[in-house]
Structure formats: C-alpha cells, structure tokens
Design a protein. Structure first.
Length: 134
C-alpha cells in the first residue's frame, strides 16, 4: 500500500530533516534551484530527505558516513561533498572520523578521489576552526 501523504506533507517532513542535518547549507542548495529546476529542489527535499533520510534504519551519522563514501567514490561531486562534510559534523561525526572514512575510500576508489575529498574536508574544517585534525 502506498503512503497517503500529500506532496506538501512529504516536502514539509523533508524540510525539517534537511534543516536538522544540513542547517542553512541545504536550504541554500534548494534555493539555488528555484529559477532553473524547482522540481529538482522539491524532489531532493521531499524524496531525498522526507522519504529516505527520515527512515529509521540508520542513524543520521551513519547515513552521512555512507554519503561521504559514495560522494568520494563518485568524484566530481566536490560541491555536494562540502555540504555533506558540514552535515557530518552537524550530526556528530568528528573530523578524525571523516578523514578516516575518506582514507578508507582510497582503497576502493583510488588516491585521486580520496585526495580531492580530503581537501574538501580540510576546507570545511578550516572554516569551522577544526584544524589541525589530530
């Protein structure tokens, strides 16, 4: 049976989850789509956060570890990775855990992608006064 929630209810639930995880960074991404693809912004919030991120199967910190690993492996996702490094810190991952996840990813996706991801993390850590990472 399908979930009877309306489009707006899914969006509202997703907006709450997005705000709790990403803070203003997530809202900025969605706002930046308003003049080019508001539907993509809606789907990110309603489906990505309202339906997927809000599921009970994984804790937010675990979802962020998975996301960091996947964005690192994909490569070319540095702007999204930056948002998710912030989100990872917001949900309780330490800089050391984030760096360790990216080091671990190097085994599976190679040094260039792990380096790119680590430099994104370094930028975020610097912005948040979290360097050096011990």
């Amino acid at each position: 049976m399908t979930d009877p929630q309306t489009r707006q209810e899914r969006f509202e639930r997703g907006a709450q989850v997005l705000d709790a995880i990403d803070g203003t960074a997530g809202a900025h991404v969605i706002d930046s789509l308003a003049d080019v693809s508001p539907e993509l912004g809606h789907q990110i919030v309603a489906w990505g956060f309202g339906d997927i991120y809000s599921r009970p199967g994984l804790e937010p910190r675990d979802r962020q570890l998975v996301t960091l690993g996947m964005l690192t492996a994909l490569g070319g996702c540095e702007p999204q990775l930056e948002v998710h490094v912030h989100a990872s810190l917001n949900v309780g991952l330490s800089p050391h855990e984030i760096v360790e996840a990216m080091l671990h990813a190097a085994v599976y996706c190679g040094f260039p992608r792990a380096l790119n991801a680590t430099f994104v993390a370094k930028k975020v850590f610097g912005e948040r006064g979290l360097l050096p990472v011990g």
